[in-house]
Design a protein around this ligand. Structure first.
Ligand code: AMP
Length: 285
């Protein structure tokens, strides 16, 4: 496996692979790789001839007061996990390779509902930062399949719009969320939870499953509204003293717009702070 730290090396490597007839899979990450990331790499390696994993903690997508400085980093471990899962290339650039002149003057702006609801509302500018770095990575990688996790479902929706609206030669592939045995969605940030917080963090999954049961019931009872489901999920979280709810909602599975009824494709979404760690999760009942 090749470990690269400059964008021009990545472009050369993947251009050469395609010229030799290989297909390319790209797995963008922020490192501290876990089994959730590994599942994306394995899927890419199964579907593409050459898989490149990118490891870059993108300053642009962190707001003031967010955890950029404290974000977990473990480069040696990342290389091991990526290799074991079947990656041919790890691209782990320093910040000044990605943004040589400092923060870019020209970037991607995300608009519409995706930018103003849920993660967009809680983290102003976050999706602009995500879309800008993903655009850069897709331009360096060239035509490929790009693998993202459903765990960050609103991010997947943003990347799909990025690829469609700006005509990137990429197939965006969404992969299922990998969970710990007790239901907690795997996340690099879980490493920063104390033992008591780690136990309390399962409340996100419990709230989603309570919501899913309510959605199933609600589909048989037209009087049952998305707001009822949201209130039930919120109540589950509020019963957990170590956890502060940010939002719990039932939204349109694809657009993330508010729902009038439970009849269509529903996605349950949740965000909460566990101690100083902000966690998100979602479920399609
Ligand atoms: P991150 O390093 O957190 O930016 O995540 C990199 C990619 O891995 C994103 O597409 C995430 O959605 C995906 N990912 C993170 N956690 C999981 C998980 N538990 N299951 C599946 N995919 C995940």
């Amino acid at each position: 496996m090749r470990v690269l730290d400059r964008g021009d090396q990545l472009r050369k490597e993947l251009d050469a692979a395609r010229a030799a007839g290989a297909t390319v899979g790209l797995v963008p990450t922020m490192g501290a790789l876990h089994e959730g990331h590994a599942s994306l790499v394995r899927r890419s390696a199964a579907e593409c001839d050459v898989t490149a994993v990118t490891v870059f903690v993108n300053p642009l997508q962190f707001g003031a007061g967010e955890d950029l400085a404290g974000y977990p980093r473990d480069p040696d471990h990342d290389v091991e996990v990526a290799a074991a899962a079947g990656a041919a290339v790890v691209f782990a650039p320093p910040v000044d390779d990605v943004y040589p002149g400092g923060p870019p003057v020209v970037g991607v702006r995300v608009g519409g509902v995706l930018a103003t609801t849920l993660e967009g509302a809680s983290r102003p500018g976050h999706f602009d930062g995500v879309a800008t770095v993903v655009a850069k990575l897709l331009n360096l990688a060239g035509p490929c399949r790009a693998y993202f996790g459903e765990k960050d479902a609103q991010q997947v929706a943003v990347v799909r719009r990025l690829a469609a609206d700006l005509s990137f030669p990429v197939d965006v592939v969404a992969c299922p969320t990998v969970r710990e045995a007790d239901g907690l969605a795997m996340s690099s940030r879980n490493a920063r939870l104390s033992p008591a917080e780690r136990a309390a963090a399962t409340v996100l999954d419990r709230a989603l499953r309570t919501g899913a049961t309510a959605v199933t019931a609600g589909r048989c009872d037209p009087a049952y509204e998305p707001g009822h489901v949201a209130a039930l999920m919120a109540a589950v979280v509020r019963a957990e003293p170590l956890v502060t709810l940010d939002y719990a909602e039932a939204v349109d599975a694809a657009t993330f717009e508010a729902l009038a009824t439970l009849a269509g494709d529903v996605r349950l979404v949740i965000a909460a702070r566990v101690g100083s760690v902000r966690l998100i999760d979602n479920l399609e009942p």
